[in-house]
Design a protein around this ligand. Structure first.
Ligand code: 5AD
Ligand code: SF4
Length: 453
């Protein structure tokens, strides 16, 4: 009999990709996916550890699932296996087993290919089903191919882990050392995705532009991300390429040049800067200054004048003074981000920053966050406003709220609403933008005959 699998995904796009791969892996074992945990035989919480709030979510979710399972079984229903995967599983696996006895199995991000065996072990004897190894054999050699593409856009992990050790960050501990997949494997997966209908591919890695995958056909040579993107652009059917997340230090000439040369490479880049203060950047071990960042942006804009930027910021890093925070506001205003994420600093266990003195109060952090977010909201609105009147290629991938409407993505990742017949889902169509909102755009099809065809 078919079994039901429910995966709840938190955190970054890498987790979204991993959740898809886990579903693909379990499908041959008879698991159909469901959104409803209440009817699931197996629930996987794919967790994030990046900030305290994200990590704490595991325990409240497990509590809810435990009650759901108890109610269901009291009514004579089927049991439910509760699994915790992802970065919190990696960082706190043993503690989760201890603190949340309702959890049947724990699996770290590098051990997903061992899930079928772990599930069997959990059913035999609970307490033995914990796997947070960093195995020498790559999970990618064992996971099956992706077998579905939703809405013509797909993720493709090319690099994982991080060796940069920013002092605030858990990623080097949860995702391990930096590794890149071989070029051949990436190209094969991209061709497969194109055959499944993907027109947009987002290359994923915690440090994606540090990519250095083994060149095709083996040998000792490694390809950079810039070179990889050139090869991907030659695959028929792939109209759009993106990559995330990048580090300013790894924006090399080849990659910047690719932005100038390849129309498939979208003119939008998420390039976290974290702070505008050199002293804070140094305390964060970012190994670049605010001016280094400005120079990278300058080079990018020279190569691709219409490029738009996104970033991540942390406010309230230990010891951050008001003046240092002002430097962050200045940088944000000066660059004019099309969008950006900002976070209150959150001390993470085991990281060097968590041992630093001079932690700031919640009030100061909240105040700085609100001020930075106001600056970002202004520049985002200004960017959206400047789009009005422009013609943009939009990949329509989901129904809109109103009948006859669809929502798509502009090259800059903005949500664009337009009157588009439902059968055009998955198509890239030119739209004239006629309205701008804080978080989206509205437009009309440039060539309605195209949509009627
Ligand atoms: N506290 C707050 N924000 C953090 N980030 C990473 N670690 C922390 C932390 N300890 C933010 C960074 C990173 C994004 C993914 O999350 O801005 O780029
Ligand atoms: Fe969260 Fe980082 Fe793990 Fe992604 S890699 S899920 S952001 S901790």
């Amino acid at each position: 009999m078919a079994k039901k699998l429910c995966i709840k995904t938190y955190g970054c796009q890498m987790n979204v990709y991993d959740s898809g791969r886990m579903a693909d892996l379990l499908a041959p074992l008879g698991y159909d996916t469901t959104e409803d945990a209440g009817e699931a035989d197996l629930v996987i919480l794919n967790t994030c550890h990046i900030r305290e709030k994200a990590a704490e979510k595991v325990y409240s979710d497990v509590g809810r699932l435990r009650n759901l399972r108890a109610e269901r079984m009291a009514e004579g229903g089927a049991p439910m296996t509760i699994a915790v995967a992802g970065c919190t599983a990696q960082a706190e696996g043993a503690e989760i087993m201890r603190r949340a006895p309702a959890v049947d199995l724990v699996v770290g991000p590098q051990a997903y290919h061992r899930l079928p065996e772990l599930i069997a072990r959990a059913h035999r004897s609970k307490g033995e089903a914990l796997d947070t190894d960093f195995p020498v054999d790559s999970k990618f050699d064992h996971l099956p191919q992706q077998n579905r593409v939703e809405g013509s856009a797909a993720f493709l992990t090319v690099q994982e882990g991080c060796d940069k050790f920013c002092t605030f960050c858990v990623v080097p501990y949860t995702r391990g050392a930096e590794t890149s997949r071989a070029v051949d494997a990436v190209l094969a997966e991209a061709r497969h995705l194109a055959a499944l209908g993907a027109q947009e591919i987002t290359l994923l890695g915690q440090n994606v532009n540090a990519y250095h995958g083994a060149a095709p056909g083996g040998g000792n040579e490694a390809w950079s991300l810039g070179r990889l993107v050139h090869a991907l652009a030659e695959i028929p059917g792939i109209a759009r390429i993106r990559y995330t997340t990048s580090h300013p230090r790894d924006m090399d000439d080849e990659l910047i040049e690719a932005h100038g040369r390849l129309p498939q490479l979208m003119p939008f880049l998420h390039l976290p800067v974290q702070s505008g203060s050199d002293r804070i950047l140094e305390a964060m071990n970012r190994r670049h200054t605010a001016d280094d960042y400005r120079r990278v942006i300058e080079r990018l804009r020279k190569a691709r004048p219409d490029i738009a930027l996104s970033s991540d910021f942390i406010v309230g890093f230990p010891g951050e003074s008001e003046r240092e925070f002002q430097a962050t506001l200045d940088l944000a205003r000066e660059i004019g981000f099309a969008q950006a994420y900002s976070f209150k600093y959150s001390a993470r266990p085991g990281t060097p920053a968590s041992m630093m003195p001079d932690s700031l109060s919640e009030e100061v952090k909240a105040d700085r966050l609100a001020r930075l977010q106001a600056v970002i909201a202004d520049s985002q609105k200004a960017f959206n406003d400047a789009c009005v009147g422009k013609r943009m290629a939009v990949l329509f991938d989901r129904p809109g709220r109103r009948a006859g409407q669809m929502v798509g993505r502009s090259p800059y990742m903005q949500a664009v609403h337009a009157e588009v017949p439902a059968h055009m889902a998955g198509r890239i169509l030119d739209v004239i933008i006629d309205s701008a909102h804080p978080n989206s755009l509205g437009g009309t099809l440039a060539d309605p005959a195209e949509a009627a065809a």
